[in-house]
Design a protein around this ligand. Structure first.
Ligand SMILES: Nc1ncnc2c1ncn2[C@@H]1O[C@H](COP(=O)(O)OP(=O)(O)O)[C@@H](O)[C@H]1O
Ligand SMILES: [Mg+2]
Length: 285
């Protein structure tokens, strides 16, 4: 059995996944997506030898990982699959998939110009949250408290010459405790869940921003929502993010390349081992 881990920057997660694979007696290779072109049409002399039986897609660049998976999965088992990644990479598509599957998710709307975004924001009411539809670590996720802030922020976005920034994905600000929930779902099982407490100087709870991980014990009803959310985007290794609200749990994001350092620091479950075992199981079946 041979497993490869596709990366573009080696984080703690990729290294620990490789270590755990080795401990399980699995031959493991770390493959830098930046250094390995793929053949779309024509003689392919390298794919088989480099990638082994199954590939864990772990690129930090969502877009790179997404398209690499698309090409690679013609020949290999890739986790997560292109279909899963295509939904998880994009918050707009994730929101649609969650709502379609009947998973509770924050009220969200989208506008496609500065003027209509301002109108929409006024109609939705403040405070509001705006997010880039592709992104992570809470980057450019902003809380807008009033019309003046909306104008300033939207005008700034207009100046950014990147078409995705002109898609105004606006969400209700969920009145939640100073924490959210990150559940790591592997296949149809929640293998670990944590609360992420927001740091004193930020309203966002991302561990990358200083959010503090505390082990969470979810209620069965909450677990059902998490599993349903994971199913809504397909199946694989997923980080489901949710907030506690008066309306119960609201799922706001699903990560297709989940960082689990925070969860691993408090969980007694060997998270990387579970992920490797799942990947291997996908080939054996
Ligand atoms: N609608 C919201 N209401 C309140 N807090 C939110 C809302 N959306 C996001 N947050 C906070 O901001 C963080 C980052 O948002 P998220 O949608 O997960 O984007 P990212 O992909 O950058 O992690 C969340 O973990 C949560 O703490
Ligand atoms: Mg998130």
């Amino acid at each position: 059995m041979e497993l490869s881990i596709l990366y573009d920057r080696l984080r703690w997660e990729e290294k620990i996944l490789a270590e755990e694979a080795k401990k399980l007696g699995v031959k493991v290779g770390l493959v830098d997506a930046k250094a390995h072109p793929l053949t779309l049409v024509g003689e392919d002399s390298f794919t088989n030898s480099i990638f082994g039986d199954v590939v864990l897609e772990r690129c930090m660049s969502h877009i790179r990982g997404l398209y690499y998976a698309a090409v690679l999965e013609r020949k290999k088992v890739v986790i997560n699959s292109y279909n899963v990644l295509s939904l998880t990479t994009n918050k707009l598509l994730t929101t649609l998939a969650l709502d379609k599957a009947g998973v509770p998710t924050p009220k969200t709307s989208v506008a496609f110009s500065l003027e209509s975004a301002l109108e929409l924001a006024d109609k939705m009411g403040y405070p509001l949250v705006i997010k880039p539809i592709i992104g992570s670590w809470g980057k450019m996720v902003a809380c807008i408290r009033d019309r003046r802030e909306a104008e300033a922020l939207f005008e700034t976005r207009e100046m950014i010459h990147e078409p995705l920034q002109q898609i105004y994905y606006l969400q209700e600000y969920v009145q939640r405790p100073p924490r959210d929930i990150r559940a790591i779902v592997v296949g149809d099982e929640i293998i670990a869940s944590i609360y992420r407490y927001q740091p004193e100087d930020d309203w966002r709870t991302n561990v990358a921003r200083g959010g503090a991980a505390v082990l969470a014990k979810l209620e069965p009803g909450q677990e059902d929502i998490i599993i349903k959310a994971a199913k809504a985007v397909g199946e694989g290794v997923l980080g489901v993010d949710a907030m506690e609200s008066e309306r119960g749990l609201l799922v706001h994001e699903i990560n297709g390349c989940v960082e689990f350092k925070g969860a691993a620091s408090v969980s007694t479950i060997n998270i990387p081992r579970k992920i490797v075992e799942y990947a291997i199981g996908k080939v054996k079946r």
